[in-house]
Design a protein around this ligand. Structure first.
Ligand code: KIV
Length: 274
């Protein structure tokens, strides 16, 4: 179901207003062509720093740079018209100080034209989120599993599977909301905890490996299309495009070698006989 009311682009306040309403559909995109497809059905497109793994074959999101995010954010803005485009702040571009965060976020907004940024961290980032929001930068928070902290976490493990660990995760989500974020991603959080946070915080929660009760969901496009070689348990594959692409590539290579491609329909004859 598409919930776009008109042709204007959705804004952060539009997404905030969806708390407790029709669930928010969000997907990642890093390219103009996939952005055009996502834009027709989704409320929001995330230019996630997962592009480091998906586009560049990196092991983690840690090496992703601000310039990489801006380049792909620009492509997604060109390819989309109606969805709110949210661009991730990459590791190292915002944690040192709120001023550093402002300069990086302002570059993203000015150079891509996107409508919001996303950053990872709860209580520890609350002051920064408030600073950005007060200066006109809409912020989407991200708590639970925060992949940019992989080097301190040690592994990409689901969070809050023991109720004894719930309190700091709940405090993170509350801190992000109180600091003025317009929504928050809950990544890889035990289902009942994600449901509880969704009930308790006044801003939309966007789940990824969280709960169907969240106010919205996000997935990495290439994961749900079956293009990623390894995916976490929380990914549902809505298509299996890998084998189709491989068959097409094999057929192309075979036809090149047998000189059946290009065929007469793919070449330009002269208009008059020589
Ligand atoms: O980078 C990304 O794709 C993300 C999602 C996993 C939420 O942050």
């Amino acid at each position: 179901m598409s919930v776009h009311r008109d042709d204007r682009r959705l804004t952060a306040p539009d997404i905030l207003a969806r708390k407790g309403g029709v669930p928010i559909a969000m997907l990642t995109s890093y390219h103009a062509h996939t952005a055009r497809l996502a834009d027709q059905h989704c409320d929001s497109i995330l230019v996630g720093d997962s592009l480091g793994m998906v586009m560049h074959g990196l092991e983690t999101t840690v090496p992703v740079t601000l310039d990489m995010m801006i380049l792909q954010g620009l492509a997604v803005m060109r390819g989309s018209k109606r969805a709110l485009v949210v661009v991730d702040m990459p590791f190292g571009s915002y944690e040192a100080s709120k001023e550093q965060a402002f300069h990086a976020a302002a570059r993203i907004l000015k150079e891509t034209g996107c409508g919001a940024i996303k950053l990872e961290g709860g209580v520890r980032m609350a002051e920064t989120i408030r600073f950005l929001v007060e200066r006109g930068i809409p912020v989407m928070g991200h708590v639970g599993l925060t992949p940019q902290s992989i080097n301190t976490l040690g592994s990409f493990r689901a969070q809050g599977r023991d109720p004894a660990d719930w309190a700091p995760i709940e405090a993170d989500a509350r801190a992000v909301a109180e600091a003025g974020a317009f929504s928050v991603v809950l990544e890889a959080i035990a289902e009942p905890l994600a449901a509880k946070i969704t009930k308790d915080v006044p801003i939309p929660t966007i789940g990824i490996g969280a709960s169907a009760t969240c106010d919205g969901q996000v997935l990495v496009l290439e994961d749900m299309l079956g293009l990623s070689p390894r995916v976490p348990k929380f990914v549902k594959r809505y298509a299996d495009l890998g084998p189709s692409i491989e068959r097409a590539v094999a057929a192309y290579a075979e036809e090149v070698r047998s000189r059946t491609f290009p065929g007469p329909e793919n070449v330009y004859p002269v208009k008059k006989a020589p």
